[in-house]
Each structure stands twice: as structure tokens, then as C-alpha cells.
Write a protein that binds this ligand. Structure first.
Ligand code: ADP
Length: 663
């Protein structure tokens, strides 16, 4: 059918290019039976109206031959394509449209006849510009010819609007993605609520904060889910007043979750204005600052605790009677207790203001023997070099003029890493003790001198008497009495000698007259001389052959041996043996005095060589003695450069040993 319609105008239009569909083509109208008079006027009027519609229609109207030639156009077509009507009538539809943007006319005619056809296409103006169109086509038989009637609408604006809509949609999508990215990548828990306080949007942080899934929250009322009258009032106030609400470290306890304890939150709740300026909803931003607040609380607690400790320490330092000074690594005074201020006669401020040299100078610090102390030797200065100083004795002249004897200990303070960060020094005023010692030594010297003179007289007279008794042949009780007087005098003399030597040793006045001597023969001689004074019969000497000589002061060596032998005899049962054994050590000759007495208790052993020390047993049994013998013995051995020590077992006996250097 399409082909038949197609072929018909091809023969007809071949010779005459008469536009078949023009509305004023009266020949076609005239081809019909002439209308009756009166009716003719009506027809004219109808045609007139049609003409108006045809030319003033906004859409392009085209009649097209099946081969594409344009049969007729309206004025809108001339405007749209930029050609005159006459020019258009010389063209085909294919000249006006961009190739392949629409089906061929024959195809269109076939379809259009069936149901009418609407499609979009792209048409081209005279100036080459193209514009999108919507084409509605249908078949039309005009003057017996089958034509295609196409109503073509310029849809540029619609297309632009569509493109704009697409662009806006894409833009919206991008914004939504951006917003989501922002919402999901913030520390804050964010929620958007509508005016009725229903959740519109929440980020994952918010949802997991309330232990819900996001979709469970959306559309639900905040306070229906999480009832809280106080917070609800805040939300409503922001909504109704339009004023934002901010809170820092606002405490919050989760209902039904006591294990979470008190949590702390930074709040920002802002109204969201609608287009009319009213409040359309609320944006809530919550930041959990619990860890920070807890950390700060912990630091505060620790600070309070350490302040408390420092106060306790300060109170303790202030209460002790010893002076205590704490120095920083730069010798600055960090703490000086009142006792230290009192002992040194300076205030902490004044002491702290001085350099080490200044301190030594201002107090005229001297060593115990009276030489000025170099500032580097000050106990605190030594401790700041890492040394531990124990029992350093110095004298000072205080600003008030008083001369004091001080005993000081000092040690370094190190941090966890072992770095030296300061020093602590303690000072004790031992002036009263030193003064007492001096007093005692004075008394001792006086007493020993005053005692010795009458004693020498008694001994002299007793020895004279002994000789007279011998001449007179009296060997009975008279001789025993005289001998007892002589022994007693000699013992007393030894004791006085001990007192004098102790005093001398302490004041550094003990001097030795050393000789090279062989210990074996020296001991044999001594035992012979002491017969009658000591129970020499109980004493046995053992000496290996070829012992080297030693260097010793004979009179002091005699004192050492007499002291140890008389103790061994005194503190063991009558008749039990006492052995003197000599042995060779590395560079030394060692002399041991061994008894089988009652021994010494372990708790007494460390104190045996201390001045005036007597064992509890000796005190109980009221044995005679001053507790000076072993002290003097140690002093004398040490003056020779040797050592003395004791080994003992209760009930078995004691061994006192001393070493003397080989000459
Ligand atoms: P004293 O003048 O009292 O004897 P010493 O210094 O000689 O003073 O001795 C001190 C104390 O040591 C004595 O009181 C005594 O208890 C004890 N002592 C000394 N030697 C012995 C010993 N060989 N066996 C047991 N105890 C001893």
C-alpha cells in the first residue's frame, strides 16, 4: 500500500511542481462538487480560519511526498529552518534533518498509516545549526495523493530543561555522597531530626553510639526511643527559640547500662532553618570526650596524691633532728630542713644563694685536723660527682661565731635511668660528743699521771720489802703478801698504760719505734719475763722453722701479746692450756692465741675490738677490766699496719689472731 501511494505522486509531481497540499489550492477544493450558494460563504469562512491556524501555528507543519520531497510547509517552518517557503518547497525532508536521526519517509508512512508515529529527531537550519525536534507523523491523502503530514515541534528548550534536570540530579547525588563521606568520617556522632524530633538522618557513629542500626532509628522519635526529660527540654527549647545550644564535657549516664559509668560529651545542637526562616529541624553533634576527661581526672588525682606525699615528706624532714639538705644537679638547694638551718646557722635562702666555694668560705670549713677543706671535698660536692660519703668529719665557724664539729653523710640521687639528678646530704652536730671526749681525755691524762706516781712508790717499796724478806729467809705468808702486792701493782700499771695509750692513740700522739725482730725467740723471752705475773706454765708456743723476721716496736708488741695472753688465761678455766701459734701468711706473720675457755657469744663478736666494750658475761661475773684491752690491742696492731680478728665458739674456746708485716 505504501508503494502504491509512493508511485502515484512521482508521476503526477514529475512535470508540475505544484504544491498539492497548499490550503489556498482551490483547484483541489474546486475539484470537489461546487457547494450550494450560502454554503459557499460558509466554506470560505472555514478555509479562512484554517489558514490562520496553519500560518500561526507555533509547530512546524510539513506535507512530504513519499520520496521525501516537501509538498507544503507553514510559516513556522520558514522561521524555524531559515528558508523561505518557496525555497523549502524545492527541498526534501532529508535536506532538513541530520542523517539517520529518523526513519525514512516510506517507512514512516507505513507505520504512520497504521497508528500514527511520534519520534524525536534532529533537524538542521540553513545556518547549519541543529535543533532537536519531536515529530508527529501520520498519513494524509490530499487531492488523491498519499502524503505524510509531519507536525514538527522544536524541543530545544525541553531538552535543555531535561539536561539541566539531569545535571541537577547528578549534582544532588554528588552532594549526597559528599555529605555521607563527611558524616561518616567525623569523630562526632551526628543526627538530623525533624521538628517533631524524629530522626531524619544519622551517621554510623551515632547509631553505634546508641547501639542501634541506622535504619532502626530513621523515622523514629528520639525521645520515644530514649526517654530523657532533661534533654528533651533542651531540644524543644532550641527548636522553639531558634537559639543553638552548646555544652562542654556534659556528663551523661546511659539508662540501663550502669557498666559504662559516667560518660562526658561535647554537645552542639543547632536549629536548621527552613526556606521561610522557621525552624525545620535540629542538627545534633555529639563528641565523646570521656577518655580525655578521665585522663585529666587521673592526672588531677595523681597531682593531689603527690602533693599530699610531698607535704608528708616535708613534715617528716622538718621533724627530724638531723640536718638534711637536698641539692639539684646544679648544686642548687631544693630543700633544707630547719635542723640543717639551725646546725649551720644559715637560712635555706642564704645557703641556696651561695656557690660551693662561697659555702666553704662563709663557714670556714676545715677538716678534723684543722686544714681548710677544698670546696671540691665538701660532702655534697662529692655526692654530686656520684660518690657516697659516710662519716665525713669537718669543723665550721658559724656566722654567729660558734665553732662546731659536724659529722656528714651524703649520697647521689639518681633517676630511673640512673642519671644523676641531685644529692642529699645530712649533717649532725657532734660538738657535744667531741667536747665530752676532750674532757674525758683530760681527766684520763691527769688521773693516769696522778695514779702512776703513788703506784710506782708502792711497787718500789714492795720490791724492796721482797728483797729484805728473802735476805731474812722468810718464805711464808709474808712473802706471798708481798708478791700479791707486786702483781696487783703491775696489773694496775698495765691498766693505766692502756688508758694513757688509748688517749694518745685518739689524739694521734702514738709513735712507734720499729725494729726487725724474730717472733719465736721474742715470745720465749717474754714468757720468761712474765713468769710470776702471768700463769706462764699454762702457755705453749708453737713456731714453724725458718719464719722470717717482722718489723715491730718491741714494747708495743709485748703489750699486744700480754693483753691477749692475759685475756686467754683469765677467760678460761684454771689449768686449761693456752697456745701461741705462729704461721706464715702472704707477706705477713700471723700470731694466734688459742684458749679452751667458754668462748664468746656470736652477738658479741663484731664488737670485741670496740672501746669500753665488755661482754654481758664479763659484766655479770664482775670480772675486773675496763673493756679497753682489746681496743688498745687493735690500735697497736693497726699502728704496725697489721690486722686483728677473732674466731670463737661458745663452750669450746676462742682464737685471737693478728698479722704483722714481714720485715
Ligand atoms: P677487759 O679489760 O674487760 O678484759 P678487753 O677489751 O680485754 O677488756 O676484753 C673485752 C671483753 O672481751 C671482756 O670483757 C671479755 O668478756 C671478752 N674477752 C676477751 N678475751 C676473751 C677470751 N679469750 N675469751 C672469752 N672472752 C674474752
Amino acid at each position: 500500500m505504501a508503494r502504491r501511494q509512493h508511485s502515484a505522486p512521482a508521476t503526477a509531481g514529475g512535470e508540475t511542481r505544484t504544491p498539492v497540499a497548499t490550503l489556498d489550492a482551490t483547484p483541489q477544493a474546486g475539484a470537489m462538487a461546487p457547494p450550494p450558494a450560502g454554503e459557499a460563504e460558509q466554506v470560505q469562512e472555514t478555509l479562512q480560519r484554517c489558514r490562520l491556524i496553519w500560518d500561526y501555528a507555533l509547530d512546524i507543519i510539513l506535507f512530504v511526498h513519499p520520496d521525501g520531497r516537501i509538498a507544503e510547509v507553514n510559516q513556522a517552518a520558514a522561521r524555524a529552518y531559515g528558508y523561505s517557503r518557496e525555497e523549502l518547497l524545492t527541498k526534501t525532508i532529508y535536506d532538513l534533518r541530520v542523517a539517520e536521526t529518523a526513519p525514512r519517509v516510506s517507512v514512516q508512512m507505513a507505520q504512520a498509516e497504521a497508528e500514527g508515529l511520534v519520534f524525536e529527531s534532529l533537524h538542521r537550519r540553513r545556518d547549519g545549526r541543529t535543533f532537536p525536534v519531536e515529530v508527529s507523523s501520520r498519513g494524509a491523502t490530499v487531492g488523491g495523493q498519499a502524503l505524510l503530514l509531519s507536525i514538527v515541534r522544536d524541543i530545544s528548550e525541553r531538552k535543555q530543561a531535561e539536561a539541566e534536570r539531569e545535571r541537577l540530579l547528578a549534582e544532588l547525588q554528588r552532594r549526597a555522597t559528599e555529605l555521607d563521606t563527611v558524616l561518616e568520617n567525623t569523630d562526632a556522632q551526628l543526627a538530623l531530626l525533624d521538628r517533631d524530633l524524629n530522626f531524619v538522618l544519622v551517621n554510623s557513629a551515632y547509631a553505634s553510639g546508641c547501639r542501634h542500626r541506622r535504619e532502626e532509628l530513621i523515622g523514629r522519635n528520639h525521645f520515644a526511643l530514649f526517654p530523657n526529660a532533661e534533654n528533651q527540654a533542651i531540644f524543644e527549647r532550641v527548636r522553639d527559640s531558634g537559639e543553638p545550644y552548646r555544652a562542654v564535657e556534659k556528663p551523661f549516664e546511659f539508662a540501663g547500662q550502669p557498666e559504662r559509668g559516667v560518660t562526658y560529651w561535647n554537645w552542639i545542637l543547632v536549629p536548621i532553618k527552613g526556606t521561610a526562616g522557621d525552624v525545620a529541624g535540629l542538627l545534633l553533634s555529639l563528641v565523646d570526650v570521656t577518655p580525655q576527661v578521665q585522663a585529666r581526672q587521673q592526672v588531677q588525682r595523681l597531682a593531689e596524691e603527690s602533693q599530699h606525699r610531698a607535704a608528708e615528706l616535708e613534715a617528716a624532714l622538718n621533724a627530724i633532728s638531723g640536718g638534711l639538705i637536698i641539692y639539684g644537679s646544679g648544686e642548687e638547694v631544693l630543700h633544707m630542713n630547719p635542723a640543717a638551718e639551725r646546725i649551720l646557722g644559715v637560712t635555706a635562702a642564704a645557703w641556696g644563694a651561695l656557690s660551693t666555694e662561697g659555702r666553704v668560705r662563709s663557714l670556714q670549713v676545715e677538716t678534723a685536723d684543722g686544714t681548710p677543706l677544698p670546696s671540691a671535698q665538701l660532702p655534697s660536692a662529692r655526692a654530686l660527682r656520684g660518690e657516697v660519703v659516710i662519716g665525713a668529719r669537718v669543723t665550721v665557724r658559724r656566722p654567729d661565731g660558734a665553732h662546731r664539729h659536724l659529722l656528714s653523710n651524703a649520697g647521689p640521687i639518681r633517676d630511673d635511668a640512673g642519671r644523676l639528678v641531685g644529692a642529699v646530704a645530712n649533717v649532725n652536730d657532734i660538738t657535744p660528743i667531741i667536747e665530752l671526749q676532750h674532757l674525758r681525755d683530760d681527766i684520763l691524762r691527769a688521773v693516769s699521771h696522778d695514779l702512776r706516781n703513788p703506784l710506782a712508790a708502792v711497787l718500789g717499796q714492795a720490791q724492796l720489802l721482797e728483797r729484805r724478806l728473802q735476805k731474812a729467809g722468810l718464805s711464808g705468808p709474808e712473802k706471798h703478801s708481798v708478791e700479791a702486792i707486786i702483781t696487783g701493782c703491775q696489773r694496775m700499771n698495765t691498766m693505766i698504760q692502756d688508758l694513757v695509750d688509748a688517749a694518745r692513740q685518739e689524739s694521734g700522739q702514738l709513735s712507734l719505734a720499729q725494729q726487725v725482730l724474730d717472733l719465736g725467740p721474742f715470745i720465749s723471752d717474754l714468757l720468761q719475763r712474765q713468769t710470776g705475773v702471768l700463769e706462764t706454765a699454762r702457755i705453749h708456743a708453737e713456731a714453724p722453722a725458718g719464719l722470717p723476721p717482722v718489723s715491730a716496736d718491741p714494747s708495743r708488741l709485748e703489750r699486744i701479746l700480754v693483753n691477749l695472753l692475759s685475756n686467754a688465761l683469765k677467760y678460761s678455766d684454771p689449768g686449761t692450756p693456752v697456745t701461741v701459734r705462729l704461721a706464715l701468711g702472704d707477706g705477713w706473720v700471723i700470731t694466734s692465741i688459742i684458749d679452751r675457755g667458754r668462748g664468746i657469744a656470736p652477738e658479741d663478736l663484731p664488737h670485741m675490738f670496740e672501746r669500753y666494750y665488755r661482754t654481758a658475761a664479763a659484766r655479770e661475773q664482775r670480772r675486773e677490766g675496763l673493756g679497753l684491752g682489746l681496743y688498745i690491742t687493735r690500735m697497736l696492731v693497726e699502728a704496725h699496719g697489721g690486722h686483728i680478728w677473732v674466731q670463737s665458739e661458745l663452750g669450746k674456746g676462742s682464737t685471737f689472731s693478728f698479722s704483722l708485716p714481714i720485715a
